[in-house]
Ligand binder design. Structure first.
Ligand SMILES: [Mn+2]
Length: 277
């Protein structure tokens, strides 16, 4: 079960957000769907509340363009930003924020909202749902319990994208009944959930398809034991931002009779195995 950090309760975080006038939001560097979705969802919500809000985000893959709010990403000189409130999202420790961690020193109010079990509690106010599905679900709970505030379709789409990503499409154990209920409420707001799902879970680059094909072509089942072997050359992985684990994992997911995948990368110098239940 997810546990709540005792440092701050949700009402204290809501009050800090409602008091803020100028907010800088930053998730971890090299952002994934939860980092982007929670940051842009919260930025959109703060704008809707009449506040000045910008998000600091590293460049990200095209598939994430399905997440609304990209216009709130600040691309200028970060040293010119002088917010009264800084919100760190989806970052287990301050160093995960990259250059944005300077706002932890320079900003009067700093909030740390996250779901990583390892979170170090680096904010002045912290709300960490250790083991929760996603930071986006935490942001959903914060916003949906805020007096007088209603989510709109854009905010909902951003938060749905974050929950979707961190639960592997609602497959992982971190997705609780509450997670599904949150997703249902977001879907009820009229979000384009099929488009978001397709873009985040099924879109592929051509190079990725080719690398996948190489892994499939090399796959061999081992007689008598539930093992699949495959090899892939590093040059097949270049340009796709994928690791051998990602590609081979995709090969064997759902492969009947296989519980372990072994991938030999770079002529047996590296090897990994992955268990499937
Ligand atoms: Mn996350």
């Amino acid at each position: 079960m997810p546990s709540e950090n005792k440092n701050s309760n949700m009402e204290e975080i809501r009050a800090a957000l409602l008091r803020a006038q100028y907010v800088v939001i930053a998730p971890h560097t090299n952002p994934d769907g939860d980092a982007i979705g929670s940051a842009l969802g919260l930025a959109l919500a703060l704008k809707k509340l009449g506040k000045r809000a910008v998000a600091l985000l590293d460049p990200y893959a095209e598939k994430f363009d399905v997440i609304p709010g990209k216009e709130l990403i600040y691309a200028g000189d970060v040293s010119e930003l002088q917010p009264d409130t800084f919100v760190a999202l989806d970052a287990g420790s301050a160093d995960r924020l990259g250059s944005a961690q300077s706002f932890l020193e320079s900003t009067a109010v700093t909030l740390n909202i996250d779901h990583h079990i390892s979170n170090t509690g680096f904010g002045r106010l912290n709300y960490v749902r250790a083991g929760g599905s996603s930071t986006s679900e935490v942001v959903f709970d914060l916003l949906s319990g805020m007096d007088g505030f209603t989510l709109d379709t854009e905010i909902a789409a951003a938060l749905y994208a974050g929950i979707l990503t961190d639960t592997g499409g609602f497959r992982y154990n971190c997705a609780t009944a509450e997670t599904y209920i949150a997703a249902a409420k977001l879907v009820a707001l009229g979000i384009p959930f099929t488009k978001i799902y397709d873009s985040l879970m099924f879109s592929k680059t051509f190079a990725g398809v080719k690398a996948f094909g190489c892994a499939v072509a090399s796959a061999e089942k081992v007689d008598g034991i539930p093992v699949c072997l495959a090899h892939i050359l590093p040059e097949n992985l270049s340009d796709i931002g994928a690791t051998a684990a990602t590609v081979l994992g995709a090969v064997v997911v759902g492969l009947l009779g296989v519980k372990v995948a072994i991938s030999v990368v770079n002529m047996a110098i590296k090897m990994f195995s992955r268990m499937f239940s």
